[in-house]
Design a protein around this ligand. Structure first.
Ligand code: NA7
Length: 544
């Protein structure tokens, strides 16, 4: 395919210029997209705020950072040679290893020369006369591109409590998603960790080993299943590698994007004994395997409660002090309606003499002081405070950019009551703007690798189609978008997910509209819909 514009290629530093496509973000999505679009012969520039590739995995380098999806399922399927050559060291890959993998792919395909680092995109404005996007950066550059793809990630913008006194604290503060690249040494220090989501649950056992005293502030206890992490079983690795296409095909058409499927069996089809054995078996397998035990765990309150109580009993068995154990038992939301956590020695950490748990559910933290934190009940002194307080997810990264579509309409205003997309791929009034794993697609409720690949492939094929057919623009039709948003909500409401105050719903960020954002209708069902839309001449989109 011919370039649609003359394109400067200036080895990493374009300093503005005209491109066929600008991709925002050099995480797993941006890197693959660059590869695909370059293969089409397009001129592409990836703009990345960090100093290296990796996206989420670049920023989240806190102690204990590890993927909760197994390593054999957490890699691209496309470099056929690499997938045979690459060997993960453990069942769940850690941040450093994933970062190394993304870096390796980037170098192997010589992608780095088209990625501009330390460049944060500030605005994207659609010029209706030219049918092009003007993309501005905080560094003062302006790029022009026909296509603008937001590969900005789902958990990108850190969520920080807006307590008074943050500036007055004399010690060190860290957000887990902005962890320093240099080692942080907590030896001999009194450390606070705020937050007990997936991140806190990974970081707390590691920080506890180094800090003199660790105090964990918990607002909501979470369900965590042991990872039983260890070296990758070579036989298992061989089996997957020998049958890679079969397993990937399974993942692509499955409900969750993983290489196994939810059992087609109700929890009530089994007797108490059989069910208990099934739970125990899943517990021993560890990680997300629990979710695949029965089909009604996430749709039936009573079914869910049976699992929830099994997990609570496990927590009671892992924590020595019964009062602490009860505080750690989740009881505010159904099992796995918030992200299910995968842990290594999390609950056992509370058996250490140097670890304390403070329940702030009824007695919230009200301010930071020069020496520490004050809850509505008590003051605490620390040398360092770690915020494991999560993200303004799904829309946070997009709203960080001032995006204007047709007639100067702002994305932020259009989505003031919640994101509105067609298939999570684009939004009406914003032509040639694509979102990778955007709101309304399976994204974070699925294996991100499967969903990233599906979106990148769909968007690349779509762009190829537009260029081949001589089309200038594509954008969703309003009625198609309305129908899709309604469908996403309808499907979500058949599950227990909307019941939890989670980052899936936006309830973790004060003032954010409460909408369950991901599409839970299943990865395979969703892929089929996207394929049909494309096969039917991009049904539901306007091509001009
Ligand atoms: P999460 O899952 O959003 O967890 C954030 C935690 O921080 C959670 O326990 C919150 O309690 C807590 N939090 C947030 N604000 C406060 C305040 N003001 N006071 C006390 N506690 C607070 O983010 P993670 O980074 O752990 O995980 C995000 C995803 O990254 C994860 O699911 C994986 O997919 C990878 P809350 O539950 O809101 O009461």
């Amino acid at each position: 395919m011919a370039h649609t514009n003359a394109s400067p290629r200036t080895n990493g530093k374009a300093e503005g210029g005209e491109f066929d496509a600008i991709v925002v973000g050099a995480g797993l999505s941006g890197v693959y997209l660059l590869h695909r679009l370059r293969e089409l012969g397009l001129s592409v520039r990836v703009l990345e705020a960090g100093t290296d590739v990796g996206g989420t995995w670049y920023w989240n380098c806190y102690p204990g950072a590890r993927c909760d999806t197994e390593s054999m399922f957490y890699a691209y399927s496309w470099p056929t040679e690499l997938r045979q050559k690459w060997t993960w060291t453990s069942r769940y890959p850690d941040q450093g290893e994933i970062q190394g993998y993304i870096s390796h792919v980037t170098d192997e395909f010589d992608l780095r020369k088209d990625i501009q680092f330390e460049t944060r995109v500030a605005g994207a404005t659609f010029d209706e006369a030219a049918n092009r996007w003007a993309i501005t950066t905080e560094q003062g550059e302006t790029f022009s591109a026909r296509f603008c793809v937001m590969a900005t990630g789902c958990i990108t913008k850190p969520n920080l409590p807006d307590w008074p006194g943050v500036e007055s604290f004399a010690g060190d503060t860290y957000h887990t998603a902005r962890w320093p690249k240099d080692d942080v040494d907590f030896t001999g220090k009194r450390v606070a960790v705020i937050g007990t989501g997936s991140t806190g649950i990974q970081a707390i056992p590691i920080i506890a080993k180094h800090a003199e005293q660790l105090t964990v502030f918990q607002r909501t206890p979470n369900y965590a299943i042991p990872a039983w992490n260890g070296p990758l079983d070579p036989e298992y690795e061989r089996e997957i590698k020998d049958n890679y296409d079969k397993y990937w095909d399974m993942a692509r058409w499955s409900s969750t994007g993983l290489m196994y499927e939810i059992r087609d069996r109700s929890i009530f089809d089994d007797t108490d004994d059989v069910r208990e054995r099934e739970f125990e078996d899943r517990w021993q397998q560890g990680g997300f395997s629990f979710l695949f035990a029965y089909k009604d765990i996430l749709t039936d309150r009573n079914a869910n409660e049976l699992v929830a109580e099994f997990v609570r009993n496990k927590i009671r068995g892992r924590v020595d002090d019964p009062e602490i154990a009860e505080l750690l038992c989740p009881n505010t939301h159904p099992f796995a309606s918030k992200r299910l956590c995968v842990d290594t020695n999390y609950y056992e950490t509370y058996n250490r003499d140097n670890v304390a748990l403070v329940n702030v559910r009824g007695t919230p933290i009200e301010e930071m002081t020069s020496t520490g934190l004050r809850t509505s009940e008590e003051s605490y002194e620390f040398d360092a405070i770690v915020f494991a307080t999560g993200f303004d997810s799904m829309t946070g990264a997009l709203f960080n950019i001032d995006i204007s579509g047709r007639s100067g309409e702002k994305l932020k205003e259009k989505w003031a009551d919640g994101p509105r997309t067609y298939l999570g791929l684009g939004t009406a009034g914003f032509p040639n703007l694509f979102t990778i794993t955007g709101p309304g697609s399976p994204s974070v409720i699925s294996n991100m690798m499967t969903s990233i690949e599906q979106h990148v492939d769909w968007v690349s094929d779509c762009i190829e189609h537009l260029v081949r057919e001589g089309m200038q623009t594509i954008e969703p039709r309003v009625d198609a978008e309305d129908d899709w948003v309604e469908h996403v909500n309808e499907v979500a409401n058949t599950t227990l997910f909307p019941e939890a105050d989670s980052w899936y719903t936006g309830a973790n960020v004060p003032g954010k509209p409460r909408i369950f954002t991901p599409y839970v209708g299943g990865v395979g069902t969703y892929r089929k819909k996207c394929d049909e839309v494309a096969a039917n001449g991009y049904e539901g989109f306007v091509l001009a």
